[in-house]
Design a protein around this ligand. Structure first.
Ligand code: ZN
Length: 445
């Protein structure tokens, strides 16, 4: 193991080189090697994979069974390679939520991420700090940010912080966490005070900042969008209002799936994630402009919690090869969630917005036993929560905990809901764009 700065430089050079030069047969060979290394490692160190692949030929990768979040969570203790227990890791994550103390490693070594991602159930993700500390170099190599902005001063709008993000801070990057729930005025003050030259946030938040463009004095040089789908129309609007390029990063809890190039297109990180895009007949989808039916990913760098042939709920559409010359596939469109911002009332009757990821946090940290959920608002302050529960859970108890958690979350921000209704039952997820959060009225200006 090399000392960190040296390892970082090696990583950086490798990441740049592979992005430019790996293509076609050479790229396939690289991936095959990386994939079989991960399969061998998992079979050796993870009791779950050893059993799962027992009667299989591990060299026939495409024939290995797929898993998903539910399987991963159920097998958590036997799947991770460090013998970590789900109860302890979950308790650590929930305590961080409760105390709003997001920094710190689990057992002094591991980054724990709690997320609902694009499926409703909660997932617990582990990264070794030995890997998370190497992230700044990956970030420098793959963020598509121009060198002229170095050192990057990043205003990073995020629902909650995490030690993994703090690990991105380094010599050339200073990253300041700003909670998405911050009132817009205060958010702008902080962006100005740190003279941010990179603005990073979900599109729903960038939209709010765009309305106040004239008050932002920080020398913004680039905008990075993540966590929600950014459509073309919105990108054009943000680029027009801010007068800078807007790029996207496609980061899932399961790994860093795609990053922008200098031309602003989103490329799959083919050397970090092995991404299988399948059509309706289960064949590899290569044609641009057609959405895939299944997306199966294999993380090639997380040895602590190996995710091999793990099916995501996102669907993507490929684009034509990019003018930048990289052989890494281009994602034209992520057809993921298309959630609405929710709206409640403050005590003085003024409207207060709640971002979908914040509401999602209140729901998934309330209790276990939720398989999927959906949130609807017919009017400000009216909330209907649809819950699909695991069999054998106490529906009344789960419902009560969720409602309590949502009420106290709202109260913390000085907001209230006039009515919260809950409906228990199966939630169907249709094809195409998926909305977990729906608001049936216009947001007050
Ligand atoms: Zn490109």
């Amino acid at each position: 193991m090399l000392p960190l700065p040296l390892q970082g430089v090696v990583d950086f050079i490798g990441l740049r080189w592979r992005f430019k030069h790996l293509r076609g047969e050479r790229l396939r060979r690289y991936q095959l090697k990386a994939v079989s290394r991960m399969v061998n490692l998992a079979t050796a160190r993870s009791p779950f994979y050893r059993e799962l692949y027992a009667a299989r030929d591990p060299s026939d990768f495409r024939e290995l069974p797929t898993i998903n979040k539910a399987v991963m969570m159920k097998a958590f203790n036997r799947l991770n390679t460090a013998g970590l227990k789900i109860d302890e890791a979950m308790a650590f994550a929930l305590a961080a939520e409760r105390d709003k103390q997001y920094l710190g490693y689990f057992r002094d070594r591991y980054v724990v991420g709690l997320s609902s991602g694009t499926s409703g159930a909660r997932g617990l993700y582990l990264t070794d700090s030995a890997i998370s500390r190497r992230l700044p170099f990956a970030f420098l190599a793959r963020s598509g940010m121009p060198w002229r902005l170095l050192p990057y001063r990043i205003a990073f709008f995020l629902r909650v912080f995490n030690q993994g993000f703090a690990d991105i801070n380094g010599l050339l990057i200073s990253l300041r966490y700003l909670p998405t729930m911050l009132p817009v005025e205060e958010a702008i003050e902080r962006v100005n005070a740190m003279r941010a030259n990179v603005l990073m946030g979900p599109p729903s938040l960038l939209r709010l900042l765009a309305r106040q463009r004239s008050r932002i004095r920080a020398p913004i040089g680039i905008i990075v969008s993540y966590a929600e789908v950014l459509d073309e129309h919105e990108r054009a609007m943000l680029e027009h209002v801010f007068g800078v390029r807007v790029v996207e990063i496609y980061q899932a809890s399961e790994g860093l799936i795609a990053c922008p190039c200098r031309a602003g297109r989103l490329h799959i990180n083919e050397d970090l994630m092995y991404v299988e895009l399948l059509d309706e007949k289960g064949r590899e989808l290569a044609m641009p402009g057609v959405p895939c039916r299944r997306m199966i990913v294999t993380n090639l760098y997380n040895e602590l919690q190996p995710l091999i042939r793990y099916e995501l709920n996102d669907l993507v559409e490929l684009g034509p090869p990019c003018e930048c010359g990289s052989g890494f596939r281009v994602i034209a469109k992520v057809i993921g969630r298309d959630d609405d911002i929710l709206c409640f009332e403050r005590q003085d009757g003024s409207p207060g917005q709640v971002f979908p990821d914040v509401m999602s946090r209140w729901i998934i940290t309330a209790t276990e036993g939720i398989e999927e959920y959906m949130v609807e608002q017919a009017g400000p302050g009216q909330l209907v929560l649809w819950l699909q529960l695991e069999a054998a859970v106490d529906a009344a108890l789960v419902t009560r905990r969720v409602v309590e958690s949502v009420r106290s979350g709202l109260a913390e921000h000085g907001l209230a809901a006039a009515s919260i209704e809950t409906r228990i039952g199966p939630i169907e997820r249709g094809a195409g764009k998926y909305k977990r959060f729906r608001r049936a009225f216009a947001l007050p200006a």
